[in-house]
Each structure stands twice: as C-alpha cells, then as structure tokens.
Design a protein around this ligand. Structure first.
Ligand code: SF4
Length: 230
C-alpha cells in the first residue's frame, strides 16, 4: 500500500455517476432520518450484529413498551434487555442504551439529541463517538441521516467496494475510508452515493460472488481486471 492510493481516485466522479444512473438514490434523496435523532441513534445501536428485520422488531418492541425515552431511562437493564432480545446482544445493548440515555440527559437536560443540530459537524461527531458503544460508523449514520450533517458512513458493502476499486487497501480501516470519502466526494452526493454503493453491494458487488458480467463499472474496476470474475 502506498500513499498514492490515498490520493483522490481519478475515476471517483465517474464511478459515482454510473452508480447514480444504475440505482438513482441521489435523485430520490430519500428521507431516512428520524424526527428525534435519539431514535436514530438507538435504532443504529440495535442494528449492531443483526439484520434490519430484527433491528426493527427490537426497536418497535422498545417503543411500544416505552413510547418516551424518559420511561425507558427509568426501566432496569433487565427490562430493556427483555424488550430488545430479538435484536441480539440484548444485555450489552441494554446496558449501553441506559448509559447513553443518562449521558444525553446530562448534556441536554432532556432525552433528546435535537440540540446537536446546532453543534458544528466536528463537535457533533466527537460527542456521538464518545457515547458508550457508539463507533465511527454509528456516529456517521446519525450525522448523515438524522442530523443532516457532513458524514459518509462506511459499512461492510462500502468497505468492500472501496477495496475492489482500489480506493483503499485491504488493510485500510473503515474509519479511515470514511474520512477519505468525506474528503473526496462532493457533500451533496453523500446521502445518495452512500445508499447507491450499498445497493450495488447487495445486488451486484456481493461479498462472495460479485456479478461483474452484469456490472457497468467493470471497465473501471481493478478487481474485475485482475480476476475476470463474471
Ligand atoms: S465489476 Fe465486479 S467487483 Fe467491480 S464493482 Fe462491479 S461487481 Fe463489483
């Protein structure tokens, strides 16, 4: 891996353009955020190590039992864990959730993260990243989806795609890819571009068997050039 690979890739605008032609999420500009950013944060916490369906079921059970965060904060760890069990790692997630709620209340005086909208991108990112159990990806998701702030979360699909395009190496950590993409990609493409790559990863550029023969990026893709995968 040389430093050269960390320079802005010459093909990045073209690749984002082709992905947009293919999946169209920049034009759709979907509103995936929550009225209350704390909902987005807790939902993302629940998504760790599980699939979207079980994450959503856990969140729904939680909100049914505790429609307001004040009520959830007053519950015991065991009660929260029982509620969210379907989302997995219930004991860890319930413990972190209660710690997060406590910290949010301490900072804002209520169980809400709406106040973060007034903070700078840098301060909001540092605050979210310092919450218990919240890593760079979760913080970036809340920033992008719920706070309309500048962040390009890197999940497993995006990390794989960046490696296959050789925009980063096998050793590059997702947090590092995130800062590279944030520097390289125009801000207005963050939301749609992020979703486009995920859709590409789910439908064509899958982990085990990428369908390069059907991919309009094949001519720009070093992985295809090297493997000739069809
Ligand atoms: S050509 Fe293959 S490896 Fe490259 S982006 Fe397309 S599906 Fe992924």
């Amino acid at each position: 891996m040389t430093d050269e690979l960390f320079q802005r890739p010459e093909n990045i605008d073209k690749v984002f353009g082709i992905l947009e032609e293919l999946w169209g999420n920049e034009a759709k500009n979907p509103d995936l955020g929550h009225e209350e950013p704390l909902d987005g944060l807790i939902l993302t916490l629940l998504s760790q190590n599980t699939n979207d369906t079980n994450r959503d079921r856990g969140f729904e059970a939680l909100k049914t039992a505790y429609p307001e965060w004040d009520a959830a904060a007053a519950a015991t760890k065991e009660e929260i864990a029982d509620c969210i069990r379907v989302a997995g790692l219930a004991n860890t997630k319930s413990e972190r959730m209660l710690l997060i709620l406590e910290k949010v209340r301490e900072t804002f005086g209520l169980y809400s993260l709406k106040g973060l909208k007034e903070w700078s991108d840098e301060d909001a990112r540092a605050y979210l990243g310092a919450l218990p159990g919240i890593g760079a990806k979760t913080a970036a998701c809340v920033m992008l989806f719920d706070l309309d702030k500048s962040a390009f979360p890197v999940d497993t699909h995006i990390a794989r795609f960046c490696r296959r395009m050789e925009w980063a190496s096998e050793k590059t950590a997702p947090e590092h890819m995130q800062s590279l993409l944030e520097a390289w990609v125009p801000r207005e493409r963050f939301l749609g571009g992020h979703i486009n790559i995920i859709e590409h990863g789910r439908n064509l550029c899958s982990a085990r068997k990428p369908r390069c023969g059907k991919c309009p990026l094949a001519g720009l893709c070093p992985y295809f050039t090297k493997t000739g995968a069809l």
